[in-house]
Design a protein. Structure first.
Length: 509
């Protein structure tokens, strides 16, 4: 479908409004756009079912029974959104590893529990002596992609806070910098994440305070031949120590070594061009956030005399004690968080969404000490999905990102959640958070011959390849689908090609 169709224009318009942080008043109207709701809800008549579904079934069946490896487990489900009927299944009730398609369940639950107008709010407050930084589990604080989109540096919020304090005559705090991360529990890393993943950017720890995706970014720039290279580090945190013995030279390449649990980074080798290393996660995101804020404040002329202290400040209902004066708030709309989790499959964003949804669910149930946790996250997802007719048998949502190999779902559950969300008032916001075939997100390099006609969520890990989403016609979403492969040896390329062919078959109907 070309960009001139009504739905594509609606999606593009919604994205522009969201980037300007003005999507919220438009949600009710978006639900009325073509494809924005289910015919049964809109009061319209559903189109008649296909009179001859056999060609579709035969074509899809052929793709899933001629697999490159006999041990591969394949599963698929396709739902016709015009009728609500399931028009194709293959092993659709087998519980399989979904990889990042776990995020589909988390995103749907977040929309239902938190609400489309939810905003993460990181707060800065004072009691006149101490400065308080109260976390809300926001993964967008210091996120490079979000800040770049708005033309800001990752520390721009801290810089603006410091400038406002100085202007107000509050440039000196004689007490401590108190940080509160109690919105989430202390389990920053899921116990079932694979040891080989730990220490990599996509398995960054999850905190009540997060900054720069809880990673350190180190970039080298050559200087004069034989001289040490120049090193830039983000964030500008005094905890980070760089040992640089890398020289400018024509041969070899630089090497970065980091011992997990420390803030020491050793750089060796030679470098003859600008060299950004892959991001490296930090072990204590809350402390890094605090010390980055302290450093930025000092650069802008605001001094915090005392040390950093961890302390619970937030009340069980989320409010602040009356003795605190609110100074500033950093806001990240749910729409931006969903886009990073969905389009970009950014794991930290999905895990923060799961835990923040868990906290909200627990708070609304009036638990005595609500905190976002992995276990409560699963309870919150299941509770949210009970509003639908989706069977929850065998569904396991161990984490938000899909890194855990404890996660399980069926192809029918994936397709059914997408079909259900298609009927909800949050439908457009969910769709706008998915990758767009041939255009953006993790599908931008796939299905370029049908750019814009598939909105999907990819999922890939060792021996796992999953794709779910919507196939669009000129009138809007036509099918919700899920295609899952588990247990194949070697690379996943052949299974990606099968998924793409299935999308083409559905688009031709």
């Amino acid at each position: 479908m070309g960009s001139s169709t009504p739905l594509r224009r609606a999606v593009s318009s919604a994205l522009r409004r969201r980037r300007e942080l003005r999507i919220w008043p438009a949600l009710a109207m978006l639900a009325l756009l073509p494809g924005g709701g289910h015919p049964a809800l809109a009061g319209g008549k559903a189109k008649p079912a296909r009179t001859n579904p056999q060609p579709l079934s035969s074509a899809l069946h052929a793709e899933l029974t001629r697999l490159p490896h006999p041990q591969t487990v394949a599963a698929a489900c396709v739902i016709d959104l015009r009728t609500g009927s399931t028009v194709f299944t293959h092993n659709a009730d087998a519980p399989l590893l979904p990889a990042s398609n776990t995020k589909v369940f988390v995103m749907a639950a977040a929309l239902k529990v938190l609400g489309a107008e939810f905003r993460f709010q990181t707060r800065l407050a004072t009691d006149g002596t101490n400065l308080y930084l109260i976390g809300d589990g926001d993964p967008g604080l210091g996120d490079p992609k979000i800040h770049q989109r708005h033309g800001h540096s990752i520390t721009s919020d801290f810089e603006q806070w410091a400038d406002a304090l100085k202007t107000a005559g509050q440039a000196e705090f004689s007490g401590r910098l108190v940080i509160d991360e109690s919105i989430f529990d202390d389990a920053r890393v899921h116990p079932s994440w694979e040891p080989d993943d730990l220490g990599k950017w996509f398995a960054a720890p999850v905190g009540g305070l997060n900054f720069n995706d809880n990673c350190v970014d180190i970039t080298l720039t050559p200087t004069l031949p034989g001289r040490p290279v120049s090193v830039s580090v983000l964030p500008r945190c005094p905890l980070i120590e760089i040992e640089n013995s890398c020289r400018t030279g024509p041969n070899g390449q630089p090497v970065l070594h980091h011992v997990p649990g420390t803030y020491r980074y050793t750089i060796r080798g030679t470098c003859n061009k600008k060299w950004p290393f892959t991001s490296v996660p930090v072990s204590d995101p809350g402390l890094v956030t605090a010390e980055t804020l302290r450093a930025v404040f000092a650069e802008r002329g605001v001094r915090i005399a005392g040390p950093t202290e961890r302390r619970r400040v937030r009340q069980p209902d989320g409010s602040l004690p009356t003795e605190l004066t609110l100074l500033a708030v950093r806001v990240t709309p749910l729409a931006e968080t969903l886009e990073r989790a969905g389009k970009d499959s950014q794991n930290l964003f999905a895990d923060c969404l799961l835990k923040r949804t868990a906290y909200e669910w627990a708070r609304c149930r009036q638990l005595s000490d609500p905190q976002g946790s992995w276990a409560l996250g699963q309870d919150a997802v299941r509770a949210a999905l009970r509003e639908s007719s989706v069977s929850l048998d065998s569904l396991v949502v161990a984490d938000g990102s899909g890194l855990s190999r404890d996660n399980r779902c069926t192809a029918r559950q994936l397709a059914a959640v997408l079909a259900w969300m298609h009927t909800q008032r949050e439908a457009e916001l969910l769709r706008a958070s998915l990758s767009v075939a041939g255009e953006e997100g993790s599908l931008r390099k796939r299905l370029k011959d049908m750019a814009g006609r598939v909105l999907g969520k990819t999922g890939t890990m060792k021996n796992v390849r999953t794709l779910s989403g919507y196939v669009l016609s000129k009138d809007g979403p036509t099918y919700a689908f899920a295609v899952m492969f588990n247990g194949y040896p070697g690379g996943s390329g052949p299974y990606r090609e099968i998924q793409d062919r299935i999308c083409r078959i559905l688009a031709d109907q």
